[in-house]
Ligand binder design. Structure first.
Ligand code: BES
Ligand code: MN
Ligand code: MN
Length: 476
């Protein structure tokens, strides 16, 4: 087994420039899922993925949805001798997303977001610069390149591989539920693998053992029937910006706790063992904050930064608008003010209930004479995994072999909506293994992925597939 694993790793290293060329092709497609103007680009990215999978040897198809298309590919495992003995081969489902966040604000990019290029980072050496370089095109390509090297060198991967690539992750995966209901059979596997999370630091890999959930919505506060001259009407006219500000200002108390009634109902605390493991991690709170220009943690008092990120829910305003935004003065009372909000959730919280709580809270805090509407709601619950499973142990051994260090079992403040559905709809556990770093600037201008994340990420997947196959053979 290790013989062929080494040959696969050598083949991967030898084709590094080919792999980079393929990643750059995908990065050139501006597949921004939230922006309807880019629907054709999302389709183009999906078609590119289908072609790339077929070239590797997958039986791959594009599947239409109400939104952006899904890409599904299958590849059988190599012969049973290679897989290490008899018994049914392990089946894995790999998930990644080909859509990206909008590049805004464009003027802050040093080079155009969809013209990928290599750069040099003082801390990390060579980097790949483009929107999606890290989230998630660079990451998903680490897995596809590992499969390509297995296929070319050994005739196929050591486990049966299904690949699912989504084009709406960055818009909350609205088509996913219906797709899983209709095509669950296509996707059935023993375990899901997701490459959309980070490492502990540049030298230390990680397995992410939980994700926060998310609930999001938009609120519109309306007052007068049209924009008004603030001299002719100021005083008697209710101002929707003031109404919105009042609601938003009421969201948190002085200690950083969310004041929506029932918000914390059912919230599960991390176990003592988890708390102890997190406390033992060598995490530098000051460095984490100063790296992004912060001086003190602003969250709930009484919790460490890691606890605030991994174990506590939040309420955030992500965008706000109303009134005149152009240059100079305009004395107007606008008819409407809007804000986009999202809530990060932890185990025990239900997105629907959190949104219902917010709606009631907003109504209760709105001034007389304002009406309130809610739009664009969505979300997914938090999810956590057993850290003692055979596949976790296999992945741990594989990451140790590649990085010379044990992976950190870490939490995650972010969300990947499909992962909870893998568990509840398809009955699968997920191994979340990614190679992104906190300073990759995902969702921000000048997003990057370290070249070493890309190359060692692909090498890690080669080894993980080998170890998962071995563990399965031992079970048989
Ligand atoms: N890859 C991220 C999730 C992530 C962020 C993992 C940070 C690890 C560290 C994913 O693409 C993402 O951005 N998810 C969104 C989901 C939302 C748009 C429904 C998120 O977390 O905001
Ligand atoms: Mn992502
Ligand atoms: Mn993202």
């Amino acid at each position: 087994m290790t013989g062929s694993e080494n040959a696969v790793l050598e083949a991967l290293d030898a084709d590094r420039d080919g792999a980079l060329g393929r990643l750059f092709e995908l990065l050139r497609i501006p597949s921004i899922s939230t922006d309807p103007a880019h629907a054709a680009d999302c389709r183009k990215a999906a078609e590119w993925c289908v072609a790339a999978l077929r070239e590797i040897g997958f039986d791959a198809q594009l599947h239409e949805t109400a939104g952006q298309p899904m890409v599904v590919g299958h590849m059988p495992p190599l012969g049973t001798e290679g897989a290490g003995g008899g018994g049914a081969p392990l089946r894995v489902l790999f998930y990644g997303h080909y859509d990206v966040q909008p590049p805004d604000p464009l003027e802050l990019w040093k080079t155009p977001p969809f013209e990928p290029r290599m750069g040099e980072d003082p801390r990390h050496g060579p980097i790949i610069l483009a929107r999606g370089a890290s989230d998630d095109k660079g990451q998903l390509m680490t897995f596809l390149e590992a499969c390509r090297a297995w296929a070319r060198t050994a005739g196929g991967p050591p486990v049966a591989v299904t690949v699912l690539l989504e084009g709406e992750e960055e818009s909350g995966s609205p088509s996913l539920g219906p797709f899983l209901d209709a095509h669950g059979e296509l996707l059935k596997a023993d375990i899901a693998l997701v490459c959309d999370t980070g490492q502990w630091d540049a030298r230390t890999p990680a397995i992410t053992t939980m994700l926060r959930g998310l609930a999001f919505c938009e609120i519109a506060v309306r007052g007068p029937a049209r924009d008004l001259h603030s001299g002719m009407y100021g005083g008697p006219a209710v101002n929707p910006i003031h109404g919105l500000a009042r609601i938003l200002a009421a969201l948190h108390d002085e200690a950083g706790r969310v004041r929506i009634p029932g918000f914390y109902d059912g919230v599960e605390s991390p176990t003592e063992a988890q708390r102890a493991q997190w406390a033992a991690l060598d995490f530098d709170e000051a460095e984490f904050l100063t790296d992004v220009g912060l001086s003190a943690p602003a969250g709930e008092r009484g919790y460490s930064v890691l606890e605030q990120l991994w174990a506590r829910p939040t309420a955030e305003v992500n965008g706000i608008c109303g009134g005149y935004q152009g240059p100079g003065t305009k004395t107007v009372i606008p008819s409407e003010a809007r804000a986009k909000l999202s809530f990060r959730l932890v185990p025990g919280q239900d997105p629907e209930r959190v949104l219902a709580g917010f709606r009631a809270f907003a109504q209760a805090h709105a001034p007389d004479g304002c009406t309130i509407a809610f739009e664009g709601e969505g979300g997914s619950p938090a999810v956590g995994f057993d850290t003692e499973s055979a596949s976790m142990r296999a992945a741990t051994a594989a990451l140790e072999a590649e990085w010379g260090r044990s992976p950190v079992m870490m939490g995650c403040g972010g969300s990947i909506p499909i992962v909870e559905a893998f568990k509840t709809v398809l009955g699968m556990e997920t191994l979340l293994i990614g190679f992104a770093l906190d300073d990759d600037r995902i969702h921000s201008p000048n997003e990057k992925y370290n070249l070493s994340s890309f190359t060692r990420g692909a090498r890690s997947w080669v080894r993980i597939l080998a170890r998962l196959a071995e563990a399965q053979a031992q079970r048989a």
